[in-house]
Design a binder for this molecule. Structure first.
Ligand code: UDP
Ligand code: MG
Length: 340
């Protein structure tokens, strides 16, 4: 357990994707939060290929502020990779990963920082109550977290999203993982370290709309399972064995009725359904195998997981003259952080 005597520097790592309607609230809240804390708090906004005015707005809203960095992706790579990039560029003593929509409240971030001062390396937010989603989504999420834990054996906290504080040590360990399709919350749990939960009530989104439609949620859930367990492959094999064994028993029964009772079993219509059922099952398991293969293929190609167009220091931190209207300043007028 690391004991931190100084107050330290912390970055808020915030992925933003078409969040123009949230940014003014977000930056306003962050500014009052920063004033209330004794630590040095910076902000890393990771623009995940927004197509609205998010980037321009981030620049203009922070023109008189300091401590803001903008990591600009070349296109949309997805929330998990945006979070990953934020963690990978952060050089502070700790990072807090949070949503741009203030569903991860800043006072809870404050509690996370306090727990970090106590010596915890990972402090995660646990939603005791969710006001952000409907009954169905709440229940499926609850079930999923429990299923994930028991199925994969990874001691991932239940009812916790990606809202969490990571110490410098954790960030360093995370950088070494380099998975193509990271399931961030699972990976952090997998890393271990001393972890602490902070409970909170999750409010609804303040503005804008969710960027996680059901399809993406489902993909994230599958990614989580596939990246932590090969069990579905083993289950496919066991099921195949069980069905084969069952069919042999069936065959014995058919022969028995034919030669002993001298009657043939009728009802061949049912056969077609059996054929369809097992046809479907085979395709399903072929798909399961395929999805693992696709992951292997992704890893083998070894492409960069995301592409950064630029990393900008925003606001007062940037060098050179400040133009009156930030939105009109071409991007080359912003300070670019040199690559290591
Ligand atoms: N986000 C992102 N890339 C995406 C989708 C979402 O960077 O492809 C960001 C989004 O701007 C927000 C966070 O990830 O800050 C969580 O997204 P959202 O609030 O839409 O998810 P929800 O809270 O509805 O699960
Ligand atoms: Mg949200």
């Amino acid at each position: 357990m690391s004991s931190i005597s100084h107050t330290g520097s912390i970055s808020l790592v915030i992925p933003v994707y078409n969040e123009e309607s949230m940014l003014p609230h977000l930056i306003g809240e962050i500014e009052s939060f920063r004033k209330s804390r004794k630590e040095k708090i910076g902000v890393i906004l990771v623009d995940d290929g927004s197509t609205d005015s998010t980037v321009a707005l981030a620049r203009s809203l922070t023109s008189e502020l300091s401590g803001y960095t903008l990591v600009e992706f070349t296109r949309n790579f997805g929330h998990q990779l945006a979070v990953t990039a934020g963690i990978e560029v952060c050089t502070d003593d700790a990072a807090i990963v949070m949503d741009a929509d203030l569903q991860d409240p800043l006072d809870v971030a404050g509690k996370m920082i306090d727990a970090w001062h106590e010596g915890f390396d990972v402090v995660y937010g646990v939603r005791t109550q969710r006001n952000d989603v409907g009954w169905f989504q709440r229940q499926t999420a609850r079930l999923y977290y429990r299923f994930f834990r028991s199925f994969t054996g990874v001691e991932a906290p239940v009812d916790a999203g990606d809202f969490r504080l990571l110490s410098r040590k954790v960030m360093k360990a995370y950088r070494q993982l380099g998975e193509q399709q990271p399931y961030v919350r699972g990976l952090i749990a997998w890393l271990g370290f001393n972890q602490k939960a902070v409970e909170y009530v999750r409010p609804g989104r303040l503005a804008g709309s969710t960027k996680y439609p059901w399809r993406r949620r489902f993909e994230l859930a599958l990614d989580g399972i596939a990246s932590f367990s090969g069990k579905p492959l083993r289950y496919a094999m066991r099921m195949g064995l069980a069905v084969s064994a069952g069919s042999i028993i069936g065959l014995i029964w058919v022969l028995f009725t034919k030669y002993v009772f001298e009657t043939a079993i009728t009802g061949w219509a049912s056969l077609i359904f059996v054929a369809f059922f097992f046809g479907g099952l085979q395709l399903f398991f072929l798909g399961v195998v395929g999805s693992y293969l696709a992951r292997v293929y992704d890893e083998v190609k070894g492409r960069p997981r995301y592409v950064i167009q630029d990393i900008w220091l925003l606001g007062k931190d940037r060098a050179g003259s400040i133009q009156a209207d930030d939105e009109l300043v071409p991007s080359t007028h912003f300070t670019r952080l040199e690559e290591e």
